[in-house]
Design a binder for this molecule. Structure first.
Ligand code: DCP
Ligand code: CA
Ligand code: CA
Length: 367
């Protein structure tokens, strides 16, 4: 069988780069994009930041007050997230990328895999020019830069991409794959979180090289058959996962923090109405019908509860969500004495017919 040629594209400092795109004067300042929880003017966390801010120690997930402190005395700009705008930029780029691929798989708002094996006839030399052309075209048309990793499978493509950012282009040929992977720590592999990494560490496995040399049967004994074999294969740069279009989501949900803890139905419904507006937009865009509506509540003591209802008929209607959420929360508050801190709304049970249709439509649009 011919070598596969797989690319992973990951947009550089994405939310912050989008902000620079619409306000070019931001480019030479530290830029921080944050999620403001709304509790106080200052509370919330950093979504991302541009590379100037990162040089000062700002990181994704960091509390905003800490980022402010790190950037004290600079002309840093703090902005709230604007998902709708980022999604719009993202779909423009995805459309371009899709046109470069034999098969295409978007994994998040700023990441996608491309299988270009056929177009490149298996050649990694060709792939380098091809990726460069893709970068230049996207920069010219959309104005956004990204990093690309090219490898014989998804695993290598991903690690290659992460190894050189921003504006990187990293090619790892099949014969180089194992040597390339060897020095990285094990947590670079998909599925190796903190706990697994700690367990591996206790077995004397720190790098992917250590893992590759470790006896597979022993790994199976420690982690079970599926994971043990998977870890061993990954460490040896073996990954046969195909690049394939993602199916429609199983559910659409939004969650938000209340301005204050409460038991008041009207106060809660103000928040859930906002969330429902957002959910409805996505449902309309994707032309879906749902059959279940659910609510979710996090109480002051941080315990969480959910309730759901199944409709008699599939619906596309925003008011149906509002009505059912009101009913669910009404009952819920009667049964629960604790105050509510965060609330969520979820719709699910999208009908199959629609999903198929959606897949067909997107097939025709891209094919
Ligand atoms: N994001 C977020 N909260 C996080 C991590 C990420 O809201 N803790 C958002 C903002 C990012 C986007 O997701 O712009 C993509 O995440 P990446 O991890 O790819 O990070 P960036 O694109 O920001 O930076 P990089 O240049 O390292 O890819
Ligand atoms: Ca990114
Ligand atoms: Ca990413």
């Amino acid at each position: 069988m011919q070598n596969r040629v797989i690319m992973l594209v990951d947009f550089d400092y994405f939310f912050a780069q989008c902000e620079e795109l619409r306000s070019p004067t931001l480019k030479d300042k530290p830029v921080v994009v944050g999620v403001y929880s709304g509790r106080t003017a200052e509370s919330g966390a950093v979504s991302t930041s541009n590379y100037i801010a990162r040089k000062c120690g700002v990181k994704s997930g960091m509390p905003l007050f800490l980022a402010k402190r790190k950037l004290e005395g600079t002309d840093a700009v703090f902005l709230p997230v604007d998902h709708e705008y980022y999604e719009q930029i993202s779909s423009g780029i995805m459309r371009i990328l899709r046109s470069y691929a034999n098969s295409f798989e978007q994994v998040s708002v700023d990441e996608a895999y491309l299988d270009v094996t056929e177009r490149m006839q298996g050649s990694f030399e060709k792939a380098k020019d091809y990726a460069q052309k893709m970068k230049t075209e996207t920069k010219n048309i959309v104005g956004i830069s990204f990093s690309v990793g090219v490898g014989p499978n998804k695993l290598i493509a991903k690690i290659a991409c992460d190894s050189q950012k921003p504006d990187g282009l990293t090619i790892v040929k099949p014969e180089e794959a194992q040597t390339f992977l060897a020095p990285f720590p094990v947590d670079g592999l998909l599925g190796v979180g903190k706990k697994t990494a700690a367990k591996m560490d206790s077995l004397g496995i720190k790098t992917i090289r250590d893992l590759a040399k470790y006896d597979t049967q022993k790994l199976v004994a420690f982690f079970g058959k599926t994971l043990g074999v998977y870890f061993s294969n990954s460490a040896n740069a073996i990954d046969n996962e195909p690049v394939q279009e993602q199916g429609e989501a199983e559910s659409i949900s939004r969650i938000g923090t209340l301005k204050q803890d409460t038991n008041d139905l009207e106060f809660i419904l103000q928040k859930t109405d906002e969330l429902i507006d957002d959910i409805s937009k996505e449902i309309a865009e994707k032309n879906l019908s749902f059959k279940q509506v659910a609510i979710y509540a996090v109480m002051t003591n941080l315990s969480s509860k959910s309730r759901s209802i199944t409709l008699e008929q599939p619906s596309k209607d925003q008011l149906t969500i509002n009505k059912n959420v009101k009913e669910l929360f009404g009952k819920f508050l009667n049964e629960n004495p604790l105050q509510v801190r965060r609330v969520g709304v979820k719709v699910s049970g999208f009908s199959r017919e629609e999903k198929r249709q959606k897949q067909l439509t997107s097939f025709f649009q891209t094919g």
